[in-house]
Each structure stands twice: as structure tokens, then as C-alpha cells.
Design a protein around this ligand. Structure first.
Ligand SMILES: [Zn+2]
Length: 251
């Protein structure tokens, strides 16, 4: 567990992390001391005892997500949206605090629906709980192990994806987001997946439409020019699995 002192009572208002705070945000736990990462993520103490990843991996993954949305860290230094959509990056960075985003690690079972299936949200979709000062947006890690295997993009991309849901960035209905048989063209319009791919895959694996969905959101000055070179313009009838697994993939 991270060594750190207690947060001040008004840590959210002050946007002060890197400390421990009392919270009742997590299901079945009652009041507990939870770690507030420097950029605002509230972390369930059970995440630090989780056998699927180390405390360092969890903290490192959230640091990586914070870099991807940091408006001051360009693509060349491991950032992402500072380059592609700085207006949105500013909003997302503030939303970690304002939407009270927390990562919860409840007891889980390998028989729960794993990642990569059409019901992806049932084990990882952000859940809202009532708090004194508005809802907490929880990213709940249930049967998450399959999501972290190499054919997927790992813990940072997983947390980034779920955070975009928590931030309200969806562009398609969840039924379409969940449907592995949706056409590739429709899939490319899915902003949550598109932005995840833009920030975690090489350009050649990202469709130009996915790039355009990400650069045009929450800004009056979309940088469509950034989507012109290097991105895929392949539109076939391949299902979305094609994007991650390449030709011949089946699931
Ligand atoms: Zn999703």
C-alpha cells in the first residue's frame, strides 16, 4: 500500500491527492480509508490486496491514464489528448475530481462474465452510488483478468475505457457498444473504443473515423488534420474483433 498521510477533509475541493481519505463509496465495505491518487482517483483499499495485479501496477496504470488525458503532456511524451483534443483533455482531467471517479475491487469470481464478451459492461461498467455531494462514479473490477491478457490492451487501457464511460463520453447506445457483431463502420463511430484505440494503439491500427470521433468531441476547434495521415481507412464487413486481433480472428 502507498505510504502517505491523511488527506485534508476538503481534499476534493482542494484537488489534493497522494493521501488517504475516509470514504463509504465502496459497496459492502462501510467506511474505510481509501487512497486518493495524486490526480484524483479514489482507490478501494481492496485493490492493493488484489492477486491479479500489484499495488504498483494499479497506481502505474492510473498514472498512465492521467498522462493520456493530461492537457500538458503531448503525444511525444506519452500523452494523447493534449495533442489530439486539448479542450477535451482539460475537461476529462477535471472530471476525475468532479465526477468523483473511484476504482472498486470487490470479491469476484472467475465464473462472472469475462472481458471480451458482449456483456462487457456487466463486470466493469461504472456504477453510481449516492454520496453526500453527488454520485461517485465507480469503475468496478470484477472478473477483469481476461481483459488484461495480451490480446487486449492491458490495465491502463481498460481503466481509460471505463473512465470514458464514467465521464459520459459514449456516442452510441450501449446495446451497440456491447454487440461484437456490429458492422465495422458502426463500430468505428463508437467514441469510447475509438479514443481508447487512438491513445493505446499505433496509428495503422486505428481507423481515421475513430480519430475523427475523438478530435471533434467537446471542442469548437477540431483538429481533423491530425487524422489525415497514417490512420487506417479500411472499411470492410469485418466485425470489431478485427481491430484488436487482425485478419482471421474469430470469437
Ligand atoms: Zn465499454
Amino acid at each position: 500500500m502507498p505510504e502517505a498521510g491523511n488527506c485534508p477533509a476538503d481534499w476534493r475541493a482542494k484537488k489534493q491527492g497522494g493521501c488517504w481519505a475516509e470514504t463509504s463509496a465502496f459497496k459492502d465495505e462501510g467506511p474505510v480509508r481509501a487512497y486518493v491518487a495524486r490526480r484524483g482517483w479514489l482507490i478501494d483499499p481492496r485493490c492493493f490486496r488484489d492477486s491479479r495485479f500489484s499495488a504498483g501496477q494499479m497506481l502505474g496504470a492510473l498514472t498512465e491514464v492521467s498522462r493520456k488525458i493530461n492537457p500538458d503532456v503531448p503525444l511525444s511524451r506519452g500523452g494523447c489528448l493534449a495533442t489530439y483534443n486539448p479542450d477535451w483533455a482539460r475537461k476529462l482531467t477535471a472530471q476525475v475530481w468532479s465526477r468523483r471517479v473511484a476504482v472498486e475491487c470487490p470479491a469476484w469470481s472467475a465464473s462472472q462474465t469475462p472481458c471480451g464478451e458482449e456483456t462487457v459492461q456487466s463486470r466493469a461498467f461504472p456504477r453510481e452510488t449516492g454520496g453526500e455531494n453527488g454520485p461517485d462514479h465507480l469503475i468496478v473490477l470484477e472478473n477483469v483478468s481476461p481483459c488484461l491478457k495480451s490480446r487486449n490492451l492491458g490495465l491502463p487501457a481498460f481503466l481509460f475505457h471505463e473512465f470514458l464511460h464514467a465521464a459520459g463520453a459514449d456516442s452510441v447506445p450501449l446495446s451497440q457498444h456491447d454487440d461484437p457483431e456490429v458492422s465495422q463502420y458502426a463500430f468505428a463511430r463508437d467514441r469510447v473504443y475509438g479514443t481508447e484505440f487512438l491513445c493505446f494503439l499505433s496509428k495503422a491500427k486505428v481507423n481515421a473515423v475513430q480519430c475523427r470521433e475523438a478530435v471533434s468531441y467537446e471542442t469548437a476547434h477540431p483538429r481533423y488534420d491530425l487524422c489525415r495521415k497514417g490512420f487506417s481507412t479500411d472499411f470492410t464487413s469485418n466485425p470489431p474483433a478485427y481491430f484488436l486481433e487482425g485478419p482471421g480472428a474469430s470469437r
